[in-house]
Structures are given as structure tokens and as C-alpha cells.
Design a protein around this ligand. Sequence first.
Ligand SMILES: [Fe+2]
Length: 224
Amino acid sequence: MSTVATPSGVYLPVSQELTAFDLPVRGELPRELCGLYVRNGPNPRSGPSAHPFFGDGMLHGVWIENGRARKYANRWVQTLPSLPTSDLRRSVANTNVIAFGNQLLALEETAFPYEVDAGLNTVGPFDFGGELKTPMTAHPKRCPITGDLHFFGASWNPADPPLTYHRANAAGELVVSREIAVPGHTMMHDFAITENYVVFMDLPVVFDAERAREGTMPFRWSDT
Ligand SMILES: [Fe+2]
């Protein structure tokens, strides 16, 4: 399947980066709710994109303070072009955004995160001071007790380990990177943590290099 749909209506991308102040509030914002609400999503610069997953990441932020929506801004994450290469700095950074230490990280599961400052302006690829050697999932989990960030890197490249578990401490240092033995390269989008365990599922959608070479969706279902 390779249908390129022309976006319309609410699916149209936003074409401009805007900054606005003192937004009208319908209803009421709780006065004790203060901070930055930010979300991320695909927003192709060119209008259409080859697939909804492939649009360039755009952050939308609302600064909330004392019952006011003090400011709004939207900014593209300024990434290197996402090309079929093993360069982990290439990403669309369009899937999730988290606060980590003093920075925001825009995430997309095939690459390094992108660091973004408090004004939503891109700093650059973030690799934990050179310590991260794998992609980073878009769905890391923060331990509510220690503040540690648990995450994984799943690679579809047959030359790379399929799955690596990572843990960063609350100070932002990558303190654990451990390969996990799994039967193959699967499409692993998410995982779970408990008080004592990290849970990975042995998932049935597997990477297929032959299909990748043919230029089709590089995954297939596997019953085994
Ligand atoms: Fe997701």
C-alpha cells in the first residue's frame, strides 16, 4: 500500500510558525496550574507527506500562568532530513515530547531525540553526551519514585542489536545500556515498567529486509 492522500480540513498542516500572547480562554484555567503545556505531531512543511508518520515534527506550546494562557508558540523541530540511513541524527522528531532535566526532548523512535529549549527552539540531536549508541523510543517511562528515565532502542538494521534497554538518572546521565536477547528485529513501539521489572513484549510484526529492498512497507506478520 502506498497511497499518498492529499490532506484537507483538520488534517491540513500548519504552514506558519506563530507567537501569540494573552490568548482568549473559554471557561476557566485553574490558577494553580502553571507551566508549559506542549505537544508534538507530524506537520509536513511541503503540505502532503508520503505517510502520516513521516511529516516534520512541529511543537505547539501554551504557557499557562495564574489562570491565564500567557503565550502560545508553534515551532518546527529543526532536524536533519530523515533519510534511509543509519545516521541516528536524522529524524523527523514528530512522535512525542518530554521534559527531561532542564530540556525538552522531541522524540521519534528510529533516531536520537532532539533537544529543544524552553522557547521551543531546536538545540540539536541529543545523545546523552555521546553515551547513547542506539535509537531512542518515543515512549520512555519515568519512575515516579527515583525520577529515572527508562527507555529502549529498537533497531531494524540487521547489523545492529534488535533491542537495547537504557536507564538515565534524574541528573540526565545515561547510567545503564544493556542489550536484551530477543529472537529478531520486531516493530517495538512501546514497553512497560513495574516496580521491579521492565517488560518487553515479543511482538509478531517483524522487520523484513527483503521487503525494505523492494521499497514496500518493511514489516510483515510472523506467527513464530
Ligand atoms: Fe505511540
